[in-house]
Write a protein that binds this ligand. Structure first.
Ligand SMILES: [Zn+2]
Length: 96
């Protein structure tokens, strides 16, 4: 298996982790305010979100994630945060 240079690998992770797919939508992770820890339940017969996890976005928007999608959201936000932090470190190195 070919070795991938670290710089290239980081670039790939950074690019691919800006968006996460929830409910067939590509959501930019920096727009996510919070993610529900428990599935939605309101008891309404016509509720279409029952059992889904609410992902709150900026500007009072929400998308509804399955359990798997919710886990992907948490991973994507964490990867994005770590990528930003690594990018900051790289910039600091360049300034020295
Ligand atoms: Zn509901």
């Amino acid at each position: 298996m070919a070795q991938v240079p670290l710089a290239a690998r980081r670039e790939k992770i950074t690019v691919s982790s800006i968006f996460v797919v929830v409910d067939d939508k590509h959501i930019p992770v920096y727009r996510i305010m919070w993610v529900a820890d428990t599935p939605h339940f309101c008891g309404n017969d016509d509720c279409v979100c029952e059992g889904d996890y609410e992902v709150r976005l900026e500007q009072d928007e929400s998308v509804w994630a399955s359990r798997q999608e919710r886990d992907n959201v948490l991973k994507a936000v964490e990867a994005w945060y770590n990528g930003e932090r690594d990018a900051d470190d790289a910039d600091a190195d360049w300034d020295e």
